[in-house]
Design a protein around this ligand. Structure first.
Ligand code: NAP
Length: 263
């Protein structure tokens, strides 16, 4: 039996993925930071008949990542799908940042993903059936003033996935999806509201995003922007000079903020 490994499994989008996997009884190995949160997710999914393993992991920490895979090895667990959902978002002026916000976003959004992909591949069949899905962000289509570090980490993840896909051709499929706003946490809901009409039309429920992302994996897509308005924005940004694009992005984010660490 091979497991689908989901990071960020207790979060808004992660829960949407586990719900879908649970419906077709996919064996799941779920991770997040909190043992208690994972235990309650396991209980809930177990009641529906899913085979669920959990183990906490702080994705910022290489020792914690090693402990996670040591546990998997101990239990002789192997995988055939990785869904890297975990991510940390801080949207504010860079001058307001502290060290924790720099380190956490960089490590969880990029270093943790790269490290998990490596360890995951070592425990997966490289016969073309293995799937890797990473969650990027539509913010990565531009340099985003006031969301600069987050957008840059998501761009790094996107480029890494696209390059790796070619290296792994015939061995494993790699897809990166770029969602726009999803009303998951309260601060994200406020942030979407503060962006007015555009926020309202471009946001999408995490359940829909998860379903579309899995469809993209099934079709073995390289990179998929989720949602009509986000696709249109991406197209539109290519028609204007970079200096204008960055200017508009600054206007969008300058007067709003959200912060994973304020939760
Ligand atoms: N919501 C949006 O508007 C939006 C838009 C575009 C892209 N995204 C991306 O979509 C993904 C899911 O976002 P969401 O809206 O579902 O946010 P969320 O509810 O805050 O979920 C984030 C997840 O990341 C995990 N995480 C954070 N720090 C971690 C760490 N140090 N170690 C391990 N896990 C850690 C959290 O795990 P625990 O709290 O369980 O420990 C949580 O499950 C993220 O990658 C995000 O960047 C979100």
């Amino acid at each position: 039996m091979r497991y689908t490994l989901v990071t960020g499994a207790c979060g808004g989008l992660g829960s949407a993925f586990t719900k879908i996997f649970c419906e077709d009884n996919t064996p799941l190995f779920l991770t997040g930071r909190s043992k208690d949160k994972l235990a309650s997710v396991k209980e809930r999914l177990g009641e529906r008949g899913s085979s669920v393993e959990t183990f906490p992991c702080d994705l910022r920490d290489e020792k914690s990542r090693a402990a996670f895979f040591a546990y998997a090895d101990d239990k002789q667990i192997s995988f055939d799908r990785l869904v890297y959902v975990a991510g940390v978002d801080t949207q504010m002026a860079f001058e307001e940042y502290d060290e924790q916000r720099i380190v956490t976003q960089t490590r969880v959004n990029f270093e943790g993903a790269v490290s998990f992909i490596k360890s995951f591949l070592e425990r997966s069949p490289l016969d073309g059936t293995t799937e890797i899905l990473c969650i990027g962000s539509v913010t990565a289509i531009l340099p985003e003033p006031y969301f600069a570090l987050y957008a840059a980490t998501k761009k790094a993840l996107e480029y890494f996935c696209m390059a790796l896909r070619t290296e792994l051709k015939g061995k494993a499929k790699v897809t990166v999806v770029l969602p726009g706003g999803m009303p998951t946490r309260e601060d994200i809901k406020e942030n979407i509201k503060a962006h007015g009409g555009y926020g309202a039309v471009s946001a999408m429920d995490p359940e829909k995003v998860a379903a579309k992302a899995l469809k993209a994996v099934k079709k073995n897509k390289r990179r998929v922007i989720i949602g009509f308005w986000n696709k249109l924005t991406n197209f539109g940004t290519h028609l204007i000079p970079m200096s204008w694009r960055i200017h508009f992005a600054a206007k969008v984010w300058k007067n709003t903020r959200k912060d994973f660490y304020a939760q």
